[in-house]
Ligand binder design. Sequence first.
Ligand code: BES
Ligand code: MN
Ligand code: ZN
Length: 502
Amino acid sequence: MNIKLNLGTTECTAADVCVLATFSKTEKKGKTETSTPVLSGWTKEWKDALNSAGTSKSFTGAKSSQFSFDIKGQRFLALGLGDKKDFDAETLRRVTSKVLQSLKTNKTLSLNLDTFAIKGNLELSASVMTEAAHLALYSFDKYLKVKDSLNIKTITLDSKAKKTEAKKIQKAIKDASMVSESVNVARDYVNEPPNILNSETYAKKVVADCKGIKGVKTKVLGKADLKKHKMGMFLSVNAGSAYAPQLVHLTYTPTKVTKNTKHIAFVGKGLTFDTGGYSLKPGGSMVNMKFDMAGSATVYGAFRAIAMLGLPVKVSCFLGMTDNAVNEHATMPDSIVTAKNGKTVEILNTDAEGRLVLGDVLTYASEFKPDSIIDAATLTGACLIALGTEVCGLMGNDPKLAESLKKAAKAADEYMWELPIIEEWKNDMKSNIADLKNIGGSRWGGTAKAAAFLENFVGEGISWAHLDIAGCGDSQGHLPYCPKKGASGTIIRTLVEYARKS
Ligand code: BES
Ligand code: MN
Ligand code: ZN
């Protein structure tokens, strides 16, 4: 799909459908409220055509309402944005997503950018609409013989802005495309089934995808390397697997590096499937555990976008890949293993495996002395109980970093809420016969107890934040720019925003 910009025009580029947005104004006369569309930015010809189209009286410009009319054989669609004072980026993202889905059988669309401006900011609107187009029209259909008909080839954004504005708006479109295409790459990885995507094929896919991205270097550590690094926790999760564990280590170095250049490390849980191990999940809970690598796909998506945007930050990205499977070599509950950092861990439940992989990868990441480490993981079912299925859990050891992430989430219009890591929970993760145990004494507070466990593996003095995406990682169908079922790709835009502000 191609998104084009047509500046210096008061016309609509000829297309299958030309979309014009309108706000809605509500007036009170006595007890009755009447809403009417506000046709600002419309040409006289467009206004006359709408007004003379008989049924247009029912069109009020309410959010996501539509009304179609024709002018000289060109089809127009009036699209409601609702009240102007409530109009913001997220409203635009949602409204655009819905309208594009409803028009997806058309080949060419033209959208009048001026009528969609958020407080006169054409760059912002172009960026949000580009995002919506890529995200809302995504579908995972590679295994379907009969695919859903998506015909949109070209979307043209028309504006009367001067051609001198072109560069800025064009850049906004290009940047938003890179970010949203990276979200879709991450979605593809998550949606891929476990018989196709295992640790080895996953690592290869990521390395291949990095080829050609400027400033990016790749390295993959296999089983022998993990043994050399004494990653006893990571290896214990992989013990029952038919595939080698893979620690994918990516670095992005910007063109200009000074002593002030920030170094961010991303760490991601990449469980290509989680059976629970010997602490086997019941059949129903095991379904969809292919998505247990969504944390790694999230940080990879963000890493990819940041590198493609050429942001002036150094980013290291560590993806811990394995499945959690059962065979005669699989780790038995009651086992005690030694982590890379020397701590011993009693494994009381092999289904609490994500923290074992992440723990060793966090220690490894710490050796590169980043300014901050942010990990993302589908870590606990308890996160869905605590925050619902829509909100990303945030925990960590540095209030400043947590604050920046919350700010970034707000700017990206994504939901994030912080949970505390209290002393009691840190203590609850201690074992009588080892330094730590991998589950707490009760299921209460399970999300933050998992974080309390992880904190043991973060290097001294390093700012760290943990994002539990167990809920928001998939099935975010309440968002019109996310598929009903399957990978959501949320939180990637938040991480890119965080890097932009770093
Ligand atoms: N991958 C799961 C967490 C999960 C569960 C994500 C359901 C999304 C939906 C994780 O590895 C796990 O199994 N966690 C256990 C931890 C428990 C054994 C302490 C859980 O949440 O039940
Ligand atoms: Mn598990
Ligand atoms: Zn898991």
